[in-house]
Structures are given as C-alpha cells and as structure tokens.
Ligand binder design. Structure first.
Ligand SMILES: Cc1ncc(COP(=O)(O)O)c(C=O)c1O
Length: 434
C-alpha cells in the first residue's frame, strides 16, 4: 500500500474531522513512532522531542506499557466495583502532598478535573464567581472554557468569570519586578473579588497554574503568590492550583509546582503527564471540600479511575522514582538554560531566558531596549527547527517565547543538540527579525 502524503492526510482530516482542526507547523508532522525523547515521522526521520510533556517518562516507556497491557489483559471496569488499584494509587499520590490534601477524584482529562474543582469551590463556598488570568487555558468543558480568553468565542459567555492580567516578569505590571510586581498583581485580584462580591455570584475561587505555563512561565520566585493566597483565604474563597501541565516533578526541585513556591492550595488539579499518554487526570483536595462536593453533586465518571488508568499512573510514579527523573529535570534544565543564556550573548534576538527544571524557554524580541516581541520570527525559528529534527513550540502573552518542555529523561547530550541547532537557525535567519 502506498504511504499517504501529509497533503492527503490534511485533506482527509478536513473531510472527516471538520474545519479549523489545528496542527503544529506550516508543514504538519506525520508521526508514527516514539521512544524515550525521540519521535519518528512516516519517512523514518527522527526528531528530538523538546516539547511533549505528556510522554513524561519518555515515549512508550516499557514499564508503563507493560503495566497497561497486564492490567488490560486482566480486568478493566469502573469505580462502582471495588478495586484496590485506585485506592493504592490515591494513597501513594496523596502522600506526596501537604497532609490536608488527602483525598482525590480521578478523571480522564484535565478539563474534567478543573470542572470538578470549580464545582468543589461552589459546594464549599456557596458562591460561583471565579477569577483567572487573561492569558490562561484550563480546558474545554463549557464552563472551564470560559476561563480562557485567548481561544474562546463570545458564544456561551458567562457572567461569573473575571480576568486579571497575566503576570509578565519581563515587562511587569507597574514597571517593577519582584515584590512590587506581586503587590500590583494582588491588587488586581482584590479588585476582581470586590467586583464579584458586588454581583449575585459572589467570590468562589481563584484558579491559577502556579508556574503560569500558558502565560509564558514568568520568573516568579518563592513568596510571589503569598499575598494573593492570603487574600483569597481572607475573602472566603478557594485557591485552585492547576498543575495539569507542570505537576509530577517537572519543576525539578519539587514534585508539585505549588510546593516550589511554598503555597498551600485548597484544590490541586492534575493531568497530562499523569499516565504518560494514557488518559488519566485528577483532583486532589481536603476531606472537608471533598465532602461538600460529594454531598452537593452526584458525580460518577465511567472511565475515571479505572484499573488500567490506575496501573498506568502508578507505573509513571515508579519510573519517576527509579530513574530519578525529578533530579534529572533539575540538572539538565539548569544546564540547558545556561546554554541558552550563552546563546543570548551571541544572538541579540534572545531577550530573556527563564524557567526552571524542564520547563523553560527564550523570549525573542526585535529590540532588547524596548523588549518589543518578535512573534513572526519565533514562528520562523520553530518551523526551521522542525525541519532540522527538533520538535518545540512557542507561546506566551506575545507568542514570541520558545517553549521547551521535553520528556523528563532529556539528557545533556540532547540539550547540546538542541542548542547547536538553535544557534545555527538563529545564525541562518540572521537579522530579519520581525
Ligand atoms: C494548564 C492546563 N490545564 C488544563 C488543561 C486541559 O487538559 P485536557 O486537555 O487534558 O483537558 C490544559 C491543556 O492544555 C492545560 O494546559
């Protein structure tokens, strides 16, 4: 059988999946195989995966594959039957959190997890009003999608969501970084709470990714969110930490992003890396909040917490531990960022290098003195790297930040390859920065 070309696949997609189904890259990638930090296209070309956090412990990790296949060959049902798989996993998972966060619900997607978190907040506070940043993404259920301003339409708009400006450490609110920036951000949250409290909705929850990944991972150090958390508590609300992207050791020093900055959320949501590609996600919270939710809403999820999902999730924790992947994230992340900073000495276009562990990147600018973003140039860099065998992407408030978030076994050799290819691309694209 002849192999389908990318153009033919694109045509079939449009016919079968409808319009506006997004793809990465001007020349979309047709991937057929993955192993560790590598993926292969249909022509057998190999790419270094510097982007996919879902394949957290490496694409097709044999221990996870074996755990899934053994459980799939034994039994798969749902949580209306008793099974130790979910109990053992939730016990193991919650032991990594603060003592108060000792119960969980397992779901299939991060969107469902955030949907439940909002309903938990409503159950415990009796209010509905939610605050999020204006450059975030928390998922795609009809309510959770309303938290997003960047890819939402006006259809289905709700009245109980308020947005605050996403933190930007390179161009901080009020012009000053550190404590002054934190204070300015806290003030915007305080204003939004006042605004909600003046409506019938009241203030229920603030939902944030503790590393603001979708906002472009601004460099915000421990303590930065302390005053916001204190404010949320004082005003009777719930703080939801969306760790769907950054959880499970990616930040390098802690298993969870909120632990890195020393805050105590009321609810934490998890997803993407949790099953290394198997669809499992979850919500972790205290017994008080869980009880309020379980008594206010009837909730059942056919696939959430099934034995195969729990086997996958448990195997991910095994690999994280046995291969010390959190330690690797810290060491290789530091090494790669140092390399990026060295490249910035040579390439004026790199305005800012930031991040921690294995989630970081470089913000590209047309002019360092004005910090004017270079989104078109960033797009050219991403597409040029794709043709040189490197998979990564760009994001941030101005879509000009190269986003590097590889599977956790990423090595120094992998980093050297990435840095050398990036150097060559920046040199070859030259001065045409836009
Ligand atoms: C921070 C964050 N939360 C939630 C989600 C939604 O997760 P899912 O796509 O599994 O529904 C995403 C997805 O990109 C995300 O980045």
């Amino acid at each position: 059988m002849t192999k389908a070309t990318p153009a033919q696949l694109m045509e079939r997609r449009a016919k079968l999946l409808g319009p506006n189904v997004s793809t990465f890259y001007e020349d979309p990638l047709h991937l057929v195989k993955g192993e560790g930090v590598w993926v292969w296209d249909a022509d057998g070309k190999r790419y270094l995966d510097c982007y996919n956090n879902v394949a957290h412990v490496g694409h097709c990790h044999p221990h996870v594959v074996q755990a899934i296949s053994e459980q799939a060959a034994t039994l798969n049902t749902h949580t209306r039957y008793l099974h130790e798989g979910i109990l053992n996993y939730v016990e193991r998972l919650t032991s990594t959190f603060d003592n108060l966060l000792d119960t969980a619900i397992l779901t299939c997607t991060g969107s469902e997890a955030n949907d439940i978190a909002l309903r938990m907040a409503e159950a415990i506070t009796g209010k509905r009003g939610v605050i999020a940043t204006d450059h975030t993404y928390h998922g795609n259920t009809s309510i959770v999608a309303q938290l997003s301003r960047t890819n939402a339409t006006d259809l289905g708009r709700v009245e109980h969501v308020r947005h605050v400006p996403a933190p930007d450490s390179y161009r901080p609110l009020g012009g000053k970084s550190g404590e002054a920036h934190a204070k300015a951000f806290t003030q915007t949250v305080s204003d939004a709470i006042d605004d909600l409290e003046n409506t019938e909705h009241g203030f229920s929850a603030l939902i944030l990714c503790p590393s603001f990944i979708n906002e472009g991972f601004p460099q915000l150090d421990a303590g930065w969110l302390d005053s916001v958390c204190a404010l949320v508590k004082k005003r009777g609300g719930v703080f939801i930490a969306d760790e769907v992207q950054i959880g499970f050791g990616r930040v390098g020093t802690h298993l969870w992003g909120h632990q890195r900055i020393g805050i105590q959320p009321d609810i934490v949501t998890l997803g993407k890396p949790m099953g290394n590609g198997h669809p499992v996600a979850g919500v972790v919270t205290s017994m008080d909040i869980m009880t309020a939710f379980r008594t206010s809403f009837r909730y059942f999820n056919t696939f959430g917490g099934n034995p195969v999902s729990c086997a996958a999730a448990n195997a991910v924790l095994d690999v994280l531990e046995t291969e010390n992947l959190m330690g690797n994230a810290r060491i290789v992340g530091d090494y790669t960022r140092k390399g990026l900073s060295e490249l910035s000495l040579k390439h004026e276009v790199i305005g800012d290098v930031r991040g921690y562990g294995l989630v970081f990147g470089a913000e590209l600018v047309t002019d360092r003195s004005t910090r004017a973003p270079a989104p078109n140039f960033a797009n050219k860099v991403v597409n040029a790297l794709r043709h040189r065998g490197i998979v990564l992407s760009r994001l941030g408030i101005h879509y000009n930040t190269l986003k590097i978030r590889p599977p956790m076994p990423f090595s120094k050799d992998n980093a050297d390859f990435l840095l050398s290819e990036l150097d060559q691309v920046l040199t070859s694209l030259g001065q045409a920065v836009d």
